[in-house]
Structure formats: structure tokens, C-alpha cells
Ligand binder design. Structure first.
Ligand SMILES: [Zn+2]
Length: 241
């Protein structure tokens, strides 16, 4: 049970609430109803104080409606974001306020705080994934290009569902931000694969031979990532982003 702690929750500001309440709404799920603004840490402390009650309630709910636990309501954001590629674990708190949607990033604490309505916050989250992938994956790409003397002309990050990466004839490589959910050795593989296209603009036997020389075991990694998006490490909610 502890692996799922804390469960996803929202904070709802209510002028009518006399005090802070923790409740489980049949549709909205776990929420803190509060008359005043709460900081992310305060919110986490509050649900920690009610842990036994929350776990018992959620457990009972799950056994009465087993499907409710697997179906991800569109409005409900994850409480945790694990990024295997970077071996990072981020905590996400959603404050369901009516103010303009915004994302606060605390890199030191690896904590994200989303404010606003959930329809808008998915977009903000997606932008952060792209920015984070840009900051973390592109330097590695350029470094590898330098080591291997690859004529890399430019790079970028997209939110691509169908391909991990692509390489243009002009020498530009685009990577998918969804690579954040691959394993680190697979990320290295995709980087080598795309960089190798700067020398072989196809998937000819020469391409694969050169790739295997750059990175022994490349072929096996290629097979491994074809269906990577079906793995458990690719969270269900990614489909909603
Ligand atoms: Zn390719």
C-alpha cells in the first residue's frame, strides 16, 4: 500500500468551508476542502495526518468497484511522476483554483505544483515534459555527436507518439519527450540511432552494422523499445497528455 502513497488528490478552495476537511468524492476522488490557501507541503502534511482513514476508505472503494481504481478520470492528475530515463521521481500537487493555470517547479525538492483547472493543467504539464527533456536529453545528444564526429546541425524536442526520434537531411535531430519514460540505456540507444542517420540516411544493412559498431548490443535494444509504450513504466495518464 505504501508504494501508492500519497494517492492523487486535489485541493479545492471553498469560501463556505468552516475548516479544512479531507473527503473522498465519488467522482473527484480524494480532496482537501479548505477555506484558505494551502501550500503544497501543508497539503501533503494534512493528508499524511489522515493516512489511516484515507487508506481504509480508498481500499473499501476499490473492493466495491474494482474498475474505478484502474480507470483514470480525465480530471485527476498523478501524485507522482517517475521518469526512468533520468532516474527521477517528482511529486505533483494540484491546487484546483480558479486562477490562471500555472505550473510551479521546485527542482531542489523535485516538486511540481499545478494551479488551475485540470483541462488546462495537462497542457502545462506537457510543456514542462518537453522543457525538461530539452534540458536533460539534448546536451547528451550533442556530447555524443562531438565524441563520434557526427555532423549534427541542430536538435529539438517534440511530443511525438509514433517515433522516439527523427533525423532530417539537413542534419537536425528531433527527439520525443516520451523518451523520458525509457530506461537510461535505451535513451543512449535512441541517441546513437539518430546520430548514425547523419552518416546513413536509411535503415540499410550498412546502417545497422555501423550502429552495432558504435554501440554493441544496439540491435537487441532496438527490439526492446518497439513496444516500450506498453510497459507499466509508461503511466496510463500519459495517454491523456
Ligand atoms: Zn532510424
Amino acid at each position: 500500500m505504501s508504494a501508492h502513497w500519497p494517492p492523487p488528490f486535489q485541493i479545492r478552495l471553498s469560501q463556505r468551508a468552516k475548516r479544512i476537511l479531507v473527503s473522498i468524492h465519488p467522482k473527484r476522488g480524494l480532496e482537501i476542502v479548505t477555506p484558505k490557501r494551502l501550500g503544497a507541503q501543508q497539503a501533503l502534511d494534512i493528508i499524511a495526518q489522515h493516512r489511516a482513514w484515507i487508506e481504509a476508505k480508498l481500499h473499501a472503494r476499490q473492493s466495491h468497484a474494482p474498475h474505478a481504481a484502474t480507470a483514470w478520470p480525465a480530471h485527476q492528475l498523478p501524485a507522482h511522476i517517475r521518469l526512468p530515463a533520468l532516474d527521477e521521481h517528482w511529486q505533483l500537487v494540484h491546487l484546483a483554483t480558479t486562477t490562471r493555470a500555472q505550473l510551479r517547479i521546485d527542482s531542489a525538492q523535485r516538486q511540481l505544483t499545478l494551479l488551475g483547472e485540470s483541462e488546462q493543467v495537462w497542457g502545462l504539464l506537457q510543456r514542462w515534459f518537453i522543457a525538461h527533456a530539452k534540458a536533460q536529453l539534448l546536451p547528451a545528444l550533442h556530447q555524443l555527436a562531438e565524441v563520434h564526429n557526427d555532423p549534427l546541425q541542430g536538435s529539438g524536442i517534440r511530443w511525438n507518439h509514433t517515433r522516439w526520434g527523427s533525423c532530417s537531411h539537413a542534419g537536425r535531430i528531433n527527439l520525443s519527450a516520451r523518451m523520458l519514460w525509457l530506461e537510461p540505456c535505451e535513451v543512449i540507444y535512441v541517441l546513437h540511432h539518430e546520430l548514425n542517420h547523419l552518416h546513413h540516411f536509411n535503415h540499410s544493412p550498412d546502417f545497422w552494422q555501423a550502429l552495432e559498431e558504435r554501440l554493441p548490443g544496439a540491435l537487441a535494444l532496438d527490439h526492446g523499445i518497439r513496444h516500450a509504450h506498453r510497459r507499466a513504466s509508461f503511466p496510463e495518464w500519459l495517454k491523456l497528455v
